[in-house]
Ligand binder design. Sequence first.
Ligand SMILES: NC(=O)c1ccc[n+]([C@@H]2O[C@H](COP(=O)([O-])OP(=O)(O)OC[C@H]3O[C@@H](n4cnc5c(N)ncnc54)[C@H](O)[C@@H]3O)[C@@H](O)[C@H]2O)c1
Length: 258
Amino acid sequence: MSGRLQGKVAVVTGGASGLGRAVVERFADEGASIVVADVNEAGARELAARLGDAAVAIGADHTDTGQCEAAIALALETFGKLDILHANAGGPFTGPFQDVDDATLERVIDVNLMGSLKMVRAAIPALERQARATPSGASILVTSSLQGLKAKPNFSLYTVAKHGLIGLVRSLALELAPSNIRVNAVCPTVTETPMLAHFLPGMAAEKDEAMNRFRATIPLGRMPEPVDTANALLFLASDEARMLTGVALPVDGGQMAM
Ligand SMILES: NC(=O)c1ccc[n+]([C@@H]2O[C@H](COP(=O)([O-])OP(=O)(O)OC[C@H]3O[C@@H](n4cnc5c(N)ncnc54)[C@H](O)[C@@H]3O)[C@@H](O)[C@H]2O)c1
């Protein structure tokens, strides 16, 4: 059976957990070979081992240029090319902006913005080579957030970073279009992953009540699952999306329409 990503090679950062893990599993289902890159090396290795020949793992912190380059090199050594980069890794932040110290400011921007900038930059040469070799080109995907398109109080640094990623996507979509590399972002709303506890106030104490409060803000009336974002990314990565670039696609059950 031929999958929608049959024969394609992807690197997924933050692939050991949550949304990235769902992407790795979904892309593998559709015939892709994947490098699972994550600072959580044990988690990346466990997932890759379960997927057999379809995946390899690397412990890589995307805030370090050398480790980004190593993840790309592993894709080339193992699978011979790179068709898709998914810059997905990120970390939580909530709290009043006025209380942020310099170390927190640098860490949150590093993990949520600088890391993806470094990873995308490291991938471009290999993606350009692959885009020259095939009419379907190559693809860069970025996990932004609904906080990349709108804002709410006490999410300042995260919102700055996620807006920045959409700026990168729009800018690179134009810069790389002549090379036939498409660049798109997904913007998920709050989704149940290990990161969720940091995002929903009161979550730790009253999970059901917090989920119900949040569900009530979604026009479709249900919470997204990680696979919903993975399916959106699958479409954007596939040849079906060959005319889509520079898109920031909400995965939000209609919240952006309100
Ligand atoms: N869960 C949500 O509600 C939600 C909503 C919108 C956007 N997002 C974004 O989705 C992405 C994935 O988040 P998630 O919810 O799956 O969280 P998660 O905590 O389940 O997964 C994040 C993964 O990124 C890895 N990671 C963290 N820092 C890293 C680094 N410096 N280098 C490499 N890997 C690193 C972690 O080890 C982890 O495996 C993040 O960019 C997040 O901001 C999440």
